[in-house]
Design a protein around this ligand. Structure first.
Ligand SMILES: NC(=O)c1ccc[n+]([C@@H]2O[C@H](COP(=O)([O-])OP(=O)(O)OC[C@H]3O[C@@H](n4cnc5c(N)ncnc54)[C@H](O)[C@@H]3O)[C@@H](O)[C@H]2O)c1
Length: 369
């Protein structure tokens, strides 16, 4: 721990601690403190592994020389979040001889965190998982709350489990190697917390743009901690997303539809990544809410201006047909009984779940009317 580090406690049935700050990955004693047995599988991806696997391995070895540490590396990118790679992670656990007291360390972004978390949920009906997020998006969102999953061709995250981590270590110094575009993607999720429940945080984000985009450790740690506090508060009360947790999905139904429709398996650079798709999705949700009379146009304009000031996209990429996006939205996990269930916006700081949204209204917004 150092002067810029922060801690957020997640309560509920399976409480855990989120440590945020530079140098967290080198704190072997703290990392190893979560390993109950002798087996550790370090899951990472092909970009992150060469940068940080050695740091974690050495830290663990110094604290617990008796540990058997295996490494499983995925090709970087969303296209790796597959059932096939999930199977390969399970094989790696078997090869390691991992017993029920094994611990999986997920070192990487949300792709690694989701797949490694799902492997931890399934191996021997559940082993420990420690999340070591290295993207801003995974620090503020995917590493917290216990949702794990892989994608299938029909949609993102359709196969998965709830499996809370034992701990989260968000080492902000890893963000120095993160491409600026990925940093901005994470900031979309940070902005989301302000949009759905914290007007003062939104104002702070309007004021602190320079420090955040420049990667200042203290400012980032503050933004990550505030975001995690919001997520923690919600998942403590609603761990299985039976109610208010769905609010965290503002813009996500639209965003997932865009991601799936543009083909998350394809490596095109101009495809939106998850955070960018969420930014566009929030704008679409805000516009839909404005047409339904729930949000003021002035609030929507303010949200759009903030997203743009962070260099985030705010409109649907060219070439995606509105009808095709709507078809994708029908397969969203939030939907019940065949009805379109969406998170709508009530202006800065407020959101609500609407159980049955008129598809024609949605189509109109997707078509740009
Ligand atoms: N479980 C949840 O609650 C939850 C919430 C939000 C998003 N998600 C999932 O998270 C995924 C998106 O996560 P993401 O944006 O972190 O994507 P990602 O894991 O693909 O990481 C983005 C890119 O950054 C690279 N990278 C990661 N850390 C780096 C670092 N420190 N330096 C240099 N490069 C680095 C990765 O190799 C990858 O190429 C999606 O699959 C989404 O569905 C899950």
């Amino acid at each position: 721990m150092n002067e810029v580090s922060r801690i957020v406690e997640v309560g509920g049935e399976s409480p855990y601690r989120i440590v945020i700050g530079p140098g967290a990955l080198a704190d072997g004693a703290s990392l190893a403190g979560h390993v109950r047995g002798r087996h550790v599988l370090l899951v990472s991806d092909s970009t992150v592994a060469p940068l940080y696997v050695a740091t974690v391995r050495e830290a663990l070895h110094e604290a617990r020389p008796d540990l058997l540490v295996g490494t499983f590396v995925l090709p970087a990118g969303e296209a790796s979040k597959t059932l096939a790679n999930f199977g390969a992670a399970i094989e790696a656990l078997a090869t390691l001889g991992a017993t029920r007291d094994a611990c999986i360390f997920a070192l990487g972004g949300g792709v690694v965190g989701d797949l490694a978390g799902f492997a931890a949920a399934c191996w021997m009906r559940g082993v420990d998982c420690v999340q070591l997020p290295t993207t801003l998006l995974s620090m503020v969102d995917s590493s917290v709350g216990g949702k794990t999953a892989v994608d299938i061709a029909q949609g993102k995250n359709l196969v998965g489990a709830f499996h809370p981590p034992r701990a989260v270590f968000a080492d902000t110094s890893t963000l120095r190697t993160l491409p600026p575009r990925e940093l901005r993607a994470g900031l979309a999720e940070v902005i989301k917390y302000g949009a759905i429940r914290d007007p003062l945080f939104l104002e702070w984000l309007e004021a602190e743009r320079q420090g955040l985009l420049a990667g200042d450790d203290a400012t980032l740690a503050m933004a990550i901690a505030r975001s995690c506090e919001h997520k923690a508060e919600i998942v403590e009360r609603d761990p299985l997303e039976r109610g208010e947790r769905a609010l965290l999905n503002l813009g996500h139904t639209f965003g997932h539809a865009i991601e799936t429709e543009q083909g998350y398996g394809s490596p095109h650079n101009d495809n939106l990544n998850h955070g960018e798709a969420v930014a566009v999705g929030m704008v679409l949700a805000a516009r839909l809410s404005a047409t339904l009379g729930l949000a003021e146009n002035a609030d929507t304009d303010r949200l759009i201006a903030l997203l743009r000031s962070y260099g985030l996209p705010t409109s649907i990429p060219a070439g995606l047909a509105p009808e095709a996006l709507l078809a994708r939205m029908r397969l969203d996990k939030k939907n019940l009984a065949g009805r379109l269930r969406l998170v709508l916006w009530r202006g800065i700081g407020r959101a609500e779940v609407a159980p049955d949204v008129d598809e024609n209204r949605v189509l109109a917004v997707l078509s740009g009317y």
